[in-house]
Design a protein around this ligand. Sequence first.
Ligand code: PAF
Length: 270
Amino acid sequence: MEIISSEIQAKEVLRNYNDIVLVPTMGNLHDGHISLVNKAKELGKTIVSSIFVNPLQFGFNEDFDSYPRTLENDLEQLERAGSHFVFHPSEDILEDIKKRKASSLSRKMCGKIRPEHFDGVVTIVGKLFEVVRPQFAVFGLKDYQQFLIIKNLITLSDFEIEIIGSPIVREQDGLAMSSRNNLLTHDNRLLAPEIYKILNWIKDNISEKSNENLIKESTELLQTKGLTPEYLKICDPDTLEDLNHFSGRSLIAIAIKLGDVRLIDNILID
Ligand code: PAF
């Protein structure tokens, strides 16, 4: 596995590859990330994973400084998983970067609480696309809204890239894997599986009750456990518009803060 540490080096080294699958990450890798590399491996192409903790996507009082940085361990995991290259640029990559605006989907769900987050995401992902020039890019479906917004970025900016969504990987107790799980206190870690439980409760009852009642009752259930979601929604998986009744495809999505740690999760009914 070769490590590439600058934009110039990336352009030079990757120049002759026209079959690249990009797996963008911010490091602090866990089995969820490795599943993205495994998804990339299914294509039998050249895998370039990237590690960059992107300051542009963190809000003013968010956790950029405390975001875990575990480079050595990340590199070992990527090598073992079969990544061919790792692109790990310094913050120089942000110099003269083309600032991009995320599509209007960025104003919904997480965008209401993190207004500039998705602009930061599309700015760095656009840059990675330009530098690495992949044919495919793999993103986790835990960040479902991010997945849709990057899909829009590809279409609106005429990138010739096929985006691949990779299923959520969960801990044994159902908690969706996330680098932020390590930051939970002991007590909040014990509470965290309630997130997936409530999504499943909604899924199991979705054809029985109106969506309004499902949201109301599930929010009350969470509140009895001391949990108040930032949002809990049943919406159209393409437009993220709220749905009133179950009519087939639906996304059940939640964001919730446990202490200082913000977690998101979803179930897609397809
Ligand atoms: O999903 C992430 O880890 C990040 O948002 C990404 C796509 C690597 C961009 O920084």
